[in-house]
Design a protein around this ligand. Structure first.
Ligand code: OAD
Length: 234
């Protein structure tokens, strides 16, 4: 089976009702990124940050995977699929994708404020625990913090992601403005021989000399079209 590697971003979940970040009216318009998605913002006002992610977590209980997520899960019948996502929601997993790498963390998990990446203190929350409070502690006694990779922090999963991308026969970019590194740099690791597709309803600026097959559509419609194209490549 061919290796199909996906890089997904916020646009993947837009049709499920989750806001993107940089589109007009996106999350970073309403919540300044430096306040809610940086370690400095968290040190200054942990309550604000904890509330922000509590809201995002509650939203997870109200949304469902869309047709795009479902089609991606169905590709596993015909390809070795790896989904590398910048999204912190769990919609790829809920649609049935079995190999999902979260570059920017996961809303359903919490960790230690002192050592965010120490696996000993990373914990999966049950839905009834989605509302984290000030004073709720990790096993090391520090405040429970959202398991999110904030701006200015290292992206520990990038090495694993690169290893998959280097083996890709088909690489699909979907719903990301390709503004955030190191995620956007993954394209540089795609073998020259691989085919690259991009699904986005808007024009995405990418610095590359390689040819990319662009499907200028939303996630669900774009995935339907790409599934038809890929049916010839199995
Ligand atoms: P952006 O908000 O930067 O980009 C979203 C992309 O989705 C844009 O290119 C839109 O055109 C596209 N889009 C909008 N509606 C769509 C639809 N229905 N179907 C498909 N695409 C659609 O989001 P990301 O590129 O994911 O990090 O942002 C990357 C990272 O920056 C995020 O993971 C987050 C953010 O700050 C952290 O929070 C650490």
């Amino acid at each position: 089976m061919k290796n199909l590697v996906v890089l997904s971003g916020a646009g993947m979940s837009a049709e499920s009702g989750i806001s993107t970040f940089r589109d007009a009216g996106g999350l970073w318009d309403k919540y300044p990124v430096e306040k809610v998605a940086t370690p400095e913002g968290y040190s200054r006002d942990p309550q604000l940050v904890i509330n922000f992610y509590n809201e995002r977590r509650k939203q997870l209980t109200r949304v469902e995977p869309n047709r795009g997520h479902e089609l991606m899960a169905e590709w596993e019948k015909e390809f070795n699929v790896t989904v590398i996502t910048q999204n912190v929601d769990n919609l790829h997993e809920r649609a049935g994708s079995s190999c999902v790498i979260h570059l920017h963390g996961e809303l359903t998990k919490v960790c230690s404020s002192r050592e965010p990446q120490n696996p000993q203190y990373i914990k999966e929350l049950e839905p009834q625990e989605y509302e984290v409070k000030m004073g709720d502690c990790a096993a090391d006694g520090s405040q429970l913090r959202p398991f999110i990779v904030w701006f200015g922090e290292a992206v520990p999963q990038i090495e694993t992601a690169i290893r998959y991308v280097e083996q890709a026969d088909i690489f699909v970019i979907i719903g990301t403005s390709m503004n955030v590194y190191p995620a956007a740099g993954l394209l540089n690791y795609v073998p020259r021989s691989a085919q690259v597709y991009l699904i986005d309803p808007n024009k995405v600026q990418i610095q590359t000399s390689r040819s990319i097959h662009v499907i200028q559509k939303g996630a669900s419609e774009g995935m339907e079209e790409l599934s038809r194209l890929l049916s010839g490549l199995r």
